[in-house]
Design a protein around this ligand. Structure first.
Ligand code: UT7
Length: 327
């Protein structure tokens, strides 16, 4: 009998400082109307003071752990998806491990930009299925505001900061497929195509420029790729499991642009009230956007046990991925 990995708890954390589109009108030549119409964003949360990515990650992780009902001693792995770590090393994952006083088991970061959470979830799933770990904290955490060029209106209006987390653990339920549908991660689908590495990137990094650089994006080209690749990957994830869009309870997409999200929902034949949308209040929080949206919909009661949920994302690399799961 194969080991199934299920989401045992979710958590999230947003910095308290909010930057609205109207605030941005004072920083660059833009307007609330342009930003909202083109992206669906009205505001984003931004780190301030002593807040770093590991602070956001630790707060989200603490909540997910509490929601899981497990104790810190039950956690035998921490995987953090981030592109904006506190330090080049050690990883955000070990910061979280120390902050939550977790056992000295594996802890590492994954960098797949906006697709990072799907990559991290897929990796954690493999560790659990192979029997190497029982319960892993999987976190998406970003301080995107720290790698923005605040004079570039084509990028600085798009991103926000935050963190979301889940405890992914081996299911204790018996595998009685006859009476109940199988819960947990049903499949994950990961892709990357380095030929597109220059359309969404930073213009610096430690070994090239001894700095982090700032985000640069050919927005229209990324948009075009995102619509096509998301169409393909949601179909792939559903058909791999013998489902169609009609079977889905929720789409929890990466939150880059409401127009990309709506196009994907339309392709699935899914009404927008079955899509968890946070982009208006949070902007694009990169690897944090999916676990932030997931936690919001779990806490407000929309997402319920046994529901069928599709996660999908695309980001710099290009990287893209999806995961179908029964909550
Ligand atoms: O999370 C990782 C994945 N990222 C994405 O999926 C992002 C994908 N791309 C997008 O979401 C969209 O391409 C953007 C929101 C970034 C841009 O929207 P767009 O409809 O593709 O606009 P555009 O880049 O074609 O720009 C249209 C116009 C340009 O002016 P001209 O050349 O038509 O005169 C821009 O200079 O809008 C101008 N513009 C702005 N105007 C006011 C660009 N940024 C702004 C701004 N405020 N902030």
């Amino acid at each position: 009998m194969s080991i199934q990995s299920v989401i045992k708890g979710t958590g999230s954390f947003l910095p308290s400082k909010i930057l609205t589109n109207v605030d941005l009108e004072k920083i660059v030549e833009t307007s609330d109307e342009w930003i909202f119409q083109r992206t669906g964003i009205r505001q984003r949360h931004i780190v301030s003071g002593e807040e770093t990515t590991s602070v956001l990650a630790s707060n989200a992780a603490r909540q997910a752990l509490a929601a899981s009902g497990l104790s810190s001693d039950d956690i035998d792995g921490v995987i953090v998806a981030t592109t904006t770590p506190d330090l080049t090393f050690p990883s955000v994952a070990v910061h979280v491990q120390a902050e939550l006083n977790l056992p000295a088991k594996m802890a590492f970061d994954i960098q797949a930009v906006c697709t990072g959470f799907i990559y991290a979830l897929s990796t954690a799933h493999s560790f659990i299925q192979s029997g190497q770990c029982k319960n892993i904290l999987v976190i998406g955490a970003e301080s995107m505001s720290s790698i923005l060029d605040w004079e570039d209106r084509t990028t600085c209006v798009l991103f926000g900061d935050g963190a979301g987390a889940v405890v992914l653990g081996a299911s204790e339920e018996t595998d009685d497929k006859a009476s109940t549908p199988q819960r947990g991660i049903l499949s994950t689908h990961l892709y990357a195509d380095g030929r597109y590495k220059d359309i969404l990137c930073t213009n610096g990094g430690v070994s090239k420029t001894r700095s982090t650089g700032v985000i640069q994006m050919q927005g229209r080209e990324v948009f075009k790729q995102a619509v096509t690749l998301m169409h393909n990957i949601v179909e792939e994830a559903l058909s791999a499991n013998g489902f169609t869009g009609n079977d889905l309870d929720w789409l929890v997409p990466h939150q880059a642009n409401i127009r990309i999200i709506s196009a994907t929902a339309e392709k699935l034949g899914l009404p927008m009230d079955k899509v968890v949308v946070t982009v208006e209040d949070q902007g694009n929080t990169s690897a944090a956007s999916i676990p932030l949206a997931l936690d919001l919909a779990v806490r407000d009661g929309r997402i319920q046990k046994n529901q069928l949920i599709l996660l999908e994302a695309l980001g710099g690399g290009l990287t893209w991925g999806a995961s179908l799961l029964r909550f």
